[in-house]
Design a protein. Structure first.
Lengths: 93, 478
């Protein structure tokens, strides 16, 4: 089994892990992966990949506009708003 | 310096589909609305909201498939591309990854008169992200989610392009086709069509180099500038002993320079996986066939037809076929009159387009006026009025100031095409011109122009120049 790069995983998940907890979480993740790895014991060389367990196709709708809410509804959960914008800490690449 | 080097370029073009509503929500797909006006709870990534596929997007993808010679895949899968950014409230972009709807297409582009086939690896449907505005406040970014969920078709070419000119030609051909089949409005300024350029350099014929990707170019000018700059930058790095690092670059439109964008600390890892909210797309042959009939005539077919069947010069035919509207107007005029298409084409790209440009009109606005236009052109081609008079009247006709024949009468612009009358005028004009006549008979053709001018003046410009020419020649030769 591959090693867990806990720094990288927490970076991708945008989670800040205290240094002393890194090992704990790395080990927890290792256990989970070990358990999931049991699936590898099954021989799937003759099996077509399946993307969904139902045989159905994606549900579709007609190309029609339906405005179901107002700007205020959408912004009501914004941590901060400025006029009709969401206001967030500066992000520039 | 750059003589031994060549560039290898592949393009990722994002085309916004011109549907009424978004890819997975019923919010309006509309540019220029007030901030966050076109946002519902699906777009803003509220928990528990489920995406529902807008079938018009699938149909537009299929249409593009036919137009760009793609394999149209009956089976395709939407996956989640995971990354965090404030203008992506879901925390992932729904896109197609392993099983795109279109694979292995191509388009023929024109490069300095030669045709070149550019292979296209794939095209897939995905959601657009929102817009972040960084320059209002020094400490905060402002987020407008209107664009979130706008349907995009991402068209990924093979690295078959080898100059800025080819890239521009490819991009404009693509734009032309997408506009002809009515899946994208082609408005680059509004971002409806934008390109990521993947560029690497190598010694001529040598091994492929490491590529850099320049993001989000939305004008032909910027594409050209960015390619030139990046080409030279990469050569500089290599020639001064450095190595090109695979990087995502931003093009600074104010300086004309590219610079690395993403932090290099960690390479991106999008952790794609099939979106559990969306079942795979399973198309039937019937659904695909139904779209085929709506593809219509493509620009290349129109161009060939105009040149071969209508005898229009290649350069003029190209101008007409650049935009579908032009071609529609042209063909409508042809269908309504027996004037030679070539004659109509010359007027169209000349005075008619000039009028449209001067008055800031849509070409399609003239579709209602084709009868008046062809009536006027008929008067010119039948020599009832001169070419010059036709040009003079055209704006009046297009402004709806009356029927061409009435305007001609009103302004007294009818040509004198009565040969008896013209003969009289010509005979008078030749009196006292013995010297010039003998010059002409001695071989000086230039004198003819002088005589034509003199006769035209005598008719106050209304004499039919062709007829004057003919009678003059008869008179002078005897």
């Amino acid at each position: 089994m591959s090693n867990i790069d806990i720094k990288r995983i927490s970076y991708l998940a945008k989670l800040k892990l205290p240094h002393e907890k890194e090992e704990f979480y790395a080990n927890s993740l290792k256990d989970i992966i070990k358990w999931v790895d049991n699936l590898k014991k099954i021989d799937t060389s003759e099996t077509e990949p399946l993307h969904n367990v139902t045989e159905k196709t994606v549900s579709i709708r007609k190309d029609e506009i339906n405005k179901s809410n107002s700007v205020d509804d959408v912004l009501s959960n914004a941590p901060e708003r400025a006029q009709n914008f969401f206001k967030v800490p500066k992000v520039v690449e | 310096m750059s003589d031994n080097w060549e560039m290898v370029i592949g393009l990722e073009v994002h085309a916004q589909l011109n549907t009424s509503s978004k890819l997975f929500s019923s919010s309006p797909n509309q540019f220029g609305s007030e901030p966050n006006e076109n946002v519902n709870f699906i777009d803003s990534g509220m928990p528990g909201m489920l995406p529902v596929m807008n079938f018009a997007c699938i149909e537009m993808a299929i249409k593009t498939g036919f137009a760009l010679n793609f394999n149209i895949n009956k089976y395709s899968v939407f996956e989640r591309k995971n990354y965090f950014y404030p203008d992506l409230p879901q925390g992932y972009q729904i896109s197609q990854f392993e099983f795109p709807i279109l694979t292995e297409g191509f388009i023929n582009i024109d490069n300095e008169g030669n045709q070149k086939k550019i292979r296209i690896e794939r095209a897939h449907l995905e959601q657009d992200a929102g817009k972040s505005i960084h320059d209002i406040d020094p400490k905060f970014s402002f987020i407008d989610l209107n664009r979130v969920g706008t349907p995009l078709l991402e068209i990924v070419s093979y690295p078959d392009l080898s100059s800025a000119e080819e890239v521009v030609s490819y991009m404009s051909s693509l734009r032309q086709v997408l506009m002809y089949i009515d899946v994208c409005d082609g408005n680059m300024q509004e971002g409806s069509l934008r390109a990521d350029v993947n560029l690497s350099v190598r010694k001529k014929g040598g091994e492929l180099g490491t590529r850099c990707e320049i993001k989000n170019l939305n004008s032909f000018k910027f594409i050209r500038q960015a390619i030139e700059y990046e080409f030279n930058r990469q050569i500089d790095v290599i020639e001064s002993g450095g190595r090109i690092e695979q990087n995502t670059m931003l093009f600074d439109t104010s300086t004309g320079e590219t610079r690395a964008m993403r932090s290099k600390e960690f390479s991106h890892d999008y952790r794609y996986f099939p979106d559990p909210d969306l079942l795979p797309v399973n198309l039937t042959q019937d659904q695909i066939d139904k779209v085929k009939t709506s593809v219509g005539e493509l620009p290349q077919a129109k161009l060939d037809k105009f040149i071969k069947d209508y005898n229009v010069d290649k350069d003029i035919a190209k101008i007409i076929t650049v935009e579908k509207q032009n071609a529609i107007l042209f063909e409508k005029m042809i269908s309504e009159t027996d004037i030679k298409p070539k004659f109509i084409a010359a007027w169209l790209v000349g005075d008619i387009f000039a009028f449209i440009k001067e008055n800031n009109l849509e070409v399609s606005s003239l579709n209602e006026k084709t009868k008046e236009i062809t009536d006027l052109l008929k008067l010119v081609s039948d020599d009832v009025i001169s070419n010059k008079a036709g040009k003079e009247i055209l704006p009046k006709v297009l402004n709806g100031q009356g029927k061409p024949s009435d305007i001609v009468k009103e302004l007294g612009l009818e040509q004198v095409s009565d040969s008896g009358e013209l003969e009289k005028i010509i005979d008078e004009a030749l009196i006292g011109e013995e010297e010039n006549i003998s010059k002409f008979q001695g071989g000086s053709d230039r004198v003819l122009g002088y005589f034509v001018g003199k006769c035209l003046k005598a008719t106050k410009g209304k004499g039919n120049p062709k007829l004057i020419n003919k009678i003059l020649l008869e008179r002078l030769k005897n």
